[in-house]
Design a protein around this ligand. Structure first.
Ligand code: GDP
Ligand code: IMO
Ligand code: MG
Length: 427
């Protein structure tokens, strides 16, 4: 039975939450493997509408175990609030587990995220200010505190004291702000530890046992490929890898265990935060897509930048993730448009190029070269069979599939779980 990685193929918010919720009906384990509460995964099912930031979108499937993997950075306050909200709305979270290796977001991470953004001035990255970058920086600098450390108050105090000295020196001497109180943070994190202790585990054993039993596993990606710190639009990226490769590291399983890599693509492009986006539309069509698709950030509420589908970026995404299937979401958002454009090349200075440049200054100068296709101009949200889609919609999808260079497994035509067309088996 398969292990499927569900990966954001663009700049995030592709609809991973919806796809994971749908596939989780058949899965035994769902693991979130990267990011933190910068993610916002929307699920609309029989329990209602949910915006999940840390809890895997598989939590609604009663047979499934959900794991927040070692690759995630956890704000315990945000996680407890999310668990409480789910419980209040009748969702059982007793099958949720947290890796004891996952790093914690601490108050100084959130403070520093804001201070660093202010310092960048006009070059601000537009982060979610959730402390993600500073927490991942501390992880690799070996200045992190992990969920497992919450289980031993002496260890926690020793670790916090050592690290907070260092952080307070930066806060006071570099940024000129007040130091943070060790007592306050310690007592707060002791409380979090007591609350979260039942969830904290060595999770790789659970995963291995499920794999040995041949049970289906989903790896739930956060963010999107073009926000990857290596392959994305660096430095306008996030700080952990949203790629399929990141799934192995962030969940704790070997690369050959993954059988299917599902790239989730919107039928157009969006981006939140700063950094180049060659197909961005700053005109009426961009506004129309934003309003039609309610394109406002799930985590921060910021308006998303909208633009045409970028097949150069998509091809790059397929290459570095090894997608075996694509999920195309939000096709219905394009219902009213008379014609649609797809970017099939870039004009960079005097040259035409067919690759995604590493350098953001070069990418920022890229002018999209478009192909134009007719729109379908009828509502498609109630369609459940591929061959019942209007001809123009099938032509658009066929061209996307050809350019993405992998077969389309599913097409999403609305936010609700059932508003989905299964074209080819995924599980
Ligand atoms: P994620 O971060 O990849 O999980 O995506 P978000 O939840 O941040 O953003 C995707 C948005 O699109 C959410 O509001 C979803 O409810 C919504 N959505 C997902 N699929 C579809 C679809 O096919 N059509 C429409 N109209 N909305 C969709
Ligand atoms: P999901 O999982 C869209 C963006 C931020 C910012 C950049 C860095 O919902 O798809 P960070 O706070 O991570 O340091 O911000 O990354 N970003 C996302 N954009 N969807 C997300 O997650 C994102 N997570 C981070 O807007 O540009
Ligand atoms: Mg999102």
């Amino acid at each position: 039975m398969p292990v499927i990685a569900v990966i954001g193929a663009q700049w995030g918010d592709e609809g991973k939450g919806k796809v994971v919720d749908l596939l989780a009906k058949e899965a035994k384990i769902i693991v979130r493997f990267s990011g933190g509460d910068n993610a916002g995964h929307t699920v609309v099912n029989r329990y209602g509408e949910f915006k999940l930031h840390l809890v895997p979108a598989g939590i609604f499937s009663l047979q499934a175990i959900c794991i927040i993997g070692n690759g995630v950075v956890i704000n315990p306050n945000a996680l407890i609030a999310e668990i409480d909200q789910l419980n209040q709305r009748g969702v059982d979270t007793s099958r949720l587990f947290i890796s004891d290796r996952a790093h914690l977001i601490m108050p100084y991470h959130i403070l520093l995220d804001g201070l660093e953004e202010e310092l960048r001035g006009g070059k601000a990255l537009g982060t979610t200010r959730k402390g993600i970058g500073p927490a991942f920086a501390d992880k690799v600098a070996r200045l992190g505190i992990r969920t497992g450390d919450l289980l031993d108050k002496e260890v926690l105090l020793e670790r916090l004291r050592f690290i907070l000295n260092h952080k307070n020196a930066i806060l006071t001497k570099v940024y000129g702000v007040s130091p943070l109180s060790e007592d306050d943070i310690y007592s707060q994190y002791c409380q979090y530890g007591e609350r979260l202790a039942p969830y904290i585990r060595e999770t790789t054993i659970m995963l291995e046992e499920a794999l040995n039993r041949g049970e289906p596993v989903l790896l739930e990606g956060a963010q999107g490929t073009l926000l990857d710190p290596d392959f994305g639009t660096y430095p306008y990226t996030t700080s952990s890898s949203p790629l399929a490769g990141g799934g192995c590291l962030g969940a704790g399983l070997g690369p050959i265990k993954i059988n299917q890599v599902l790239g989730v693509f919107k039928a157009y492009c969006t981006r939140v935060g700063s950094g180049p986006m060659p197909t961005e539309l700053t005109d009426e069509t961009g506004n129309l897509i934003r309003e039609q698709g309610h394109e406002y950030g799930t985590t921060t509420g910021r308006p998303r930048r909208c633009g045409w589908f970028d097949a150069i970026a998509a091809k790059f995404s397929t290459r570095i993730n090894g997608f075996t299937r694509a999920a195309i979401t939000r096709l219905d958002v394009l219902d009213t448009l008379p014609s649609l454009k797809i970017c099939v090349g870039y004009k960079l200075d005097e040259h035409t190029i067919d690759y995604f440049p590493a350098n953001v200054t070069a990418l920022g100068r890229c002018q999209p070269i478009y192909e134009e296709l007719p729109g379908w101009q009828v509502p498609i949200s109630d369609i459940r069979q591929y061959d019942q889609l209007p001809l123009q919609a099938r032509q658009y999808l066929a061209r996307l599939e050809e350019l993405i260079s992998c077969p389309t497994g599913l097409i999403s035509v609305g936010m609700r779980r059932e508003q989905t067309i299964m074209k080819m088996p995924i599980l």
